[in-house]
Design a protein around this ligand. Structure first.
Ligand code: ACO
Length: 348
């Protein structure tokens, strides 16, 4: 069996900062409410030209700079995202075009678990001999699909991208175990109707009064979203309970599979959804909060991008050394969850 490790990490965060105090100016909310319920102080908002392609490329270039590799050395490109710039084609193909990577390129949507799913898919394509080195990106512009008048969701999210390069390593190092899952019964707990083929944007162009006759022959036109609600919706309380439970179960499963004690794990890099979720999970697992790397106070929930952004930061801050055991763990819409346990081999 081939072993695979994280050889390099990169990230890109938009420069525009939106603080809780800024939100107070146009929303019925307070810094105190947001901070005490979530731990978030501020988030980054992608500017008009900072689409997912831009964020992905910057994060990927950062990861490439940290390795001695160039685009053509990579023969698999996977992008995890919930907010792809376009329905067709996959963002990963545009990333490939710009970076000159080779081999298969495709996107994965498993919401906030997407990055862990993408790493596991890459691992198996590498183990199967389909690829020798992979670029895995998590990127989101979630602030484009939320309703900025809905205080229950819009305060929670931010934009950004993170990337890793995976390459072969020695036996017993790199990824030692993984755990992926989904509970489809929960598909109504976090969702956004807009942007998919079921609810299109609406008719556009010069229709010259033909709307009615077109709607007779194209019945799906009545589903245009101009009179529906296309934005992200979430049952926060249900997701909260699920998140705490699945985070703990996934961490325990990873340790069991790799036959290591949780106490031996140096750092857990969780999906950055809510400080209270991590606090409750730490308590339930019986480990100090310091075992988790958190940056949600500054970047909020960036869904599929949150784990690679936090991982890059933890590495840059010197919180992980070669030989350390590191866990990446995510949970989110679907409902989905995913985790990876890595014996760190050193990286930028
Ligand atoms: N400012 C002020 N008040 C608010 C705000 C706000 N921004 N938002 C909601 N409130 C009010 C509500 O209206 C409600 O008022 P009421 O009691 O008068 O009805 C009250 O605050 C409590 O609202 P709840 O929604 O019950 O608040 P809760 O304590 O559950 O916190 C939160 C909400 C932060 C969303 C929490 O449930 C949570 O973090 N859930 C998990 C989210 C998550 O992990 N998502 C991950 C996946 S996301 C993805 O996959 C894209």
């Amino acid at each position: 069996m081939r072993y695979v490790t994280v050889a390099s990490c990169g990230s890109c965060l938009p420069s525009h900062v939106l603080s809780n105090h800024d939100l107070e100016r146009f929303l019925e909310t307070t810094h105190e409410w947001i901070h005490s319920r979530t731990g978030i102080n501020e988030r980054r908002i992608a500017g008009a030209n900072e689409d997912n392609l831009h964020l992905s490329l910057e994060a990927s270039r950062d990861a490439l700079r940290g390795s001695s590799l160039r685009g053509e050395d990579i023969d698999l490109t996977i992008v995890a995202t919930t907010t792809c710039d376009r329905m067709v084609p996959a963002l990963a193909c545009s990333v490939q075009r710009e970076l000159g990577t080779r081999g298969p390129a495709f996107d994965i949507n498993a919401a906030c678990s997407g990055f862990t799913y993408a790493v596991v898919v890459a691992l198996h394509l590498m183990r199967g001999g389909i690829a020798s080195r992979a670029l895995v990106v998590g990127t989101e512009t979630l602030t484009r699909i939320i309703d900025w008048t809905d205080r229950s969701t819009c305060v929670l999210f931010g934009d950004g991208a993170g990337a890793v390069i995976l390459e072969p390593c020695d036996r017993g190092e790199g990824i030692l175990s993984y755990s992926l899952g989904a509970w489809g019964e929960g598909d109504k707990l976090i969702f956004a109707e807009g942007g998919g083929a079921r609810m299109m944007a609406s008719l556009s162009g010069n229709l010259d009064g033909r709307e009615e006759s077109m709607a007779t022959y194209l019945p799906f036109l009545s589903h245009a979203w101009n009179d529906r609600y296309p934005y992200l919706q979430m049952d926060g309380r249900e997701v909260y309970k699920f998140a705490v439970r699945k985070l703990c179960e996934t961490v325990e499963d990873l340790c069991r599979q790799a036959a290591v004690n949780l106490g031996e794990v140096r750092l857990i890099v969780p999906h950055q959804a809510n400080y209270r979720i991590i606090q409750a999970a730490a308590q339930r697992l019986g480990i100090p909060l310091e075992c988790f790397h958190l940056n949600l106070d500054r970047f909020a929930n960036t869904s599929a991008a949150s784990i690679p952004i936090a991982l890059e930061e933890a590495v840059r801050w010197g919180k992980i050394s070669p030989g350390d055991l590191v866990i990446l763990v995510g949970f989110g819409a679907g409902l989905t969850w995913g985790g990876i346990l890595i014996r760190w081999t050193g990286c930028k």
